[in-house]
Design a protein around this ligand. Structure first.
Ligand code: FPP
Ligand code: MG
Length: 295
């Protein structure tokens, strides 16, 4: 990973603008999941650290823009750039990181470059769908999973596939692994928003629903409720929620096992990914750690 950080520093220095260097240093690197995946899959490939840095730049750019769109004050536990330096700066920094990433990407093998580029269009489409869907009470599981795939899984899928292409490994098996890892990761995140406490989350519990996001446990709940209860759930959507309403929702989720049902889907996706990666203990390990985050 030190080589990835060194590549990132080199690319940022090449931009040759001290304001960009200063702002980039303020960003918290986060888990660097995508970079770690690329290094694990393409261990001995010379260009792997550069590809990993490119993907992390794209990811960082997308989060800068997402925080402007979501009007978020914090990112990865530190103040967001839009909070400290304003939305205009956050958008422009995102543009610079994103275009620098693509400047480097064009030097890669065409299939590798295409894999990453196509996923960024998908990611941007997913973000737009997410914003649009939060305007209404979506109860359709397939629509929700489509959005989730585009917004969170495509870049992870592309990172795994591109790394496999670089390393001469099975690209489709690695793509499936990345896709399912991304999807189950996000489903677990959605579950934790309901089951974890405020101290663990760093934000109020059930924040997704307050923001209008109807995640899987809510979609399954809506399906299971009686007509008058459905109405009550819809009334609570996209508003500040009081203790009585949140307790009612949680009790109904328990009664209808909707968190358990959501977890079962995450587990199924994870099992499929494990089956595709049977021979790679490290990649299986990443999945196991992810799915074991308690709920
Ligand atoms: C976080 O979602 C957002 C994403 C994973 C993708 C955002 C994508 C874009 C803004 C489009 C791509 C733009 C560029 C420049 C490449 P979230 O808001 O659900 O999660 P959060 O809690 O981490 O904010
Ligand atoms: Mg956001």
């Amino acid at each position: 990973m030190q080589r990835v950080e060194a590549e990132l520093e080199r690319l940022i220095n090449e931009i040759d603008y001290d304001e960009v260097t200063r702002l980039f240093k303020m960003l918290s690197g986060g888990k660097r999941l995508r970079a770690k995946l690329i290094l694990k899959i393409a261990k001995d490939v010379k260009e792997a650290p550069l590809l990993a840095a490119i993907v992390e730049l794209i990811h960082a750019a997308s989060l800068l823009h997402d925080d402007v769109i979501d009007e978020a004050d914090t990112r990865r536990g530190v103040a967001s750039v839009n909070a400290t330096d304003g939305s205009k700066t956050a958008v422009m920094l995102g543009d610079i990181l994103y275009s620098k990433a693509f400047t480097e990407l064009v030097n890669f093998d065409k299939e590798v470059a295409q894999t990453i580029a196509v996923s960024v269009t998908a990611l941007s489409k997913g973000e737009m769908m997410d914003v649009k869907m939060a305007e209404t009470f979506n109860t359709d599981e397939a629509t929700y999973l489509d959005m989730l795939y585009l917004k969170t899984a495509t870049l992870i899928e592309a990172a795994a596939k591109a790394a496999a292409l670089l390393a001469g490994k099975d690209a489709e098996a690695h793509a499936l692994y990345g896709r399912n890892l991304g999807l189950s990761f996000q489903i677990i995140d959605d579950i934790l928003d309901i089951t974890a406490d405020e101290a663990t989350l760093g934000k109020p519990a059930m924040n997704d629903f307050v923001e209008g996001k109807c995640t899987l446990p809510y979609i399954y709940l809506y399906e299971a409720l009686r007509a008058d209860e459905k109405e009550r759930l819809v009334q609570a959507h996209a508003k500040k929620i009081d203790a009585q309403e949140s307790a009612w929702i949680k009790a109904k989720m328990d009664e209808h096992q909707t968190v358990v049902k959501s977890f079962a889907l995450a587990q199924k996706l994870s099992n499929e990914a494990q089956a595709a990666m049977r021979e790679d203990a490290e990649l299986v390990g990443i999945l196991e750690t992810m799915i074991q985050r308690s709920y």
